[in-house]
Design a protein. Structure first.
Length: 57
């Protein structure tokens, strides 16, 4: 299995992780709007990655 498959399986098997990633992604997108070279897409990715990294909490 690849790392992408592992991440997808963990999101499916962890209750609430997908919702938490979506919330953090939205917050990251809103925060990144005024930053010139980042933009909302990279902000959303960063927010979702942050939520995924904190999944053990």
């Amino acid at each position: 299995m690849s790392k992408i498959d592992d991440v997808q399986n963990e999101i499916k098997n962890t209750p609430g992780l997908g919702k938490r990633m979506a919330k953090y992604g939205a917050v990251g997108a809103v925060i990144a709007i005024p930053v010139p070279f980042v933009g909302p897409v990279l902000g959303a990715i960063a927010g979702a990655a942050f939520a995924y990294s904190k999944r053990k909490d």
